[in-house]
Write a protein that binds this ligand. Structure first.
Ligand SMILES: C[S@@+](CC[C@H](N)C(=O)[O-])C[C@H]1O[C@@H](n2cnc3c(N)ncnc32)[C@H](O)[C@@H]1O
Length: 227
């Protein structure tokens, strides 16, 4: 894992207060996050991690959609986690949030059924994307599923042009693999199976894509005993 400058929610800590209204206006947030949760099909009893949860919008929606699941949020920025905790407290929903880097998660191996993550991977350069994917695959159970919403391959020249706005704010090194559509390749390289891009959304900042990938299932005991 290489050392990389930590990129907060809107690139500068001073902009964190504006995060929720800006994301609501520019990313078709409700629609995209609802689609991600629909894709995730949360079930009662599951343990679900919202990785780089930011202000906790997706975390809260996940818990409201499936109150019988255990939902945790994790983010590397203590300031944004304060906002997430306040948001959940105001909504009367009890969710545990941890402060940690995605590349070094404070959870045991195979401790989650699902990891969900929105608008995060473009904050990491290639090495750190791969390090985070490695950690996700470690904390997911065999057969666990990762669901991502993030900037994806630009659907056309217009979408590519709009995405320069994101790149000027968040940086070019960490966003270039996103807009080149390489997240699928990185999931495969990190050992995920059944990897695919499931949907694309046109937004005023470029193309947002949903992805999913699964950790390999363990061989059933019958087969293991034969091999
Ligand atoms: C654009 S925000 C997305 C927040 C939220 N998931 C959402 O959809 O609104 C990106 C988040 O990633 C967090 N972040 C950036 N680098 C991180 C890292 N290495 N580990 C954990 N969180 C990180 C930031 O603090 C920020 O909250």
């Amino acid at each position: 894992m290489t050392t990389q400058r930590y990129i907060p929610a809107l690139a500068y800590r001073s902009l964190t207060a504006l995060y929720d209204p800006i994301v609501r206006l520019t990313t078709r947030e409700r629609r995209v996050k609802a689609a991600l949760l629909k894709q995730a099909q949360l079930r009662a009893g599951q343990r679900v991690l919202d990785l780089a949860c930011g202000t906790g919008t997706l975390t809260l929606s996940a818990k409201q959609m499936q109150p019988q699941a255990t939902i945790l949020g994790v983010d590397g920025d203590p300031n944004i986690l304060r906002k997430a905790r306040n948001k959940c407290e105001k909504a009367g929903v009890n969710i545990h949030f941890d402060e940690a880097l995605a590349q070094r998660l404070p959870y045991a191996d195979a401790s989650f059924d699902l990891v969900i993550s929105s608008l995060f991977f473009h904050h990491l350069d290639r090495d750190n994307k791969l390090a985070a994917l490695h950690e996700i695959s470690r904390v997911l159970k065999p057969g666990g599923i990762l669901h991502i919403a993030d900037w994806g391959k630009a659907a056309n020249v217009f979408m590519r042009t709009l995405f320069y706005g994101v790149q000027m704010l968040d940086g070019f090194t960490n966003t270039s693999d996103n807009v080149a559509g390489r997240l699928v390749e990185f999931l495969v390289a990190s050992g995920f199976v059944q990897v695919r891009e499931t949907t694309r959304f046109a937004t005023v900042l470029g193309t947002l894509s949903l992805y999913q990938g699964q950790t390999p299932k363990v061989l059933d005991s019958g087969l293991e005993s034969i091999l």
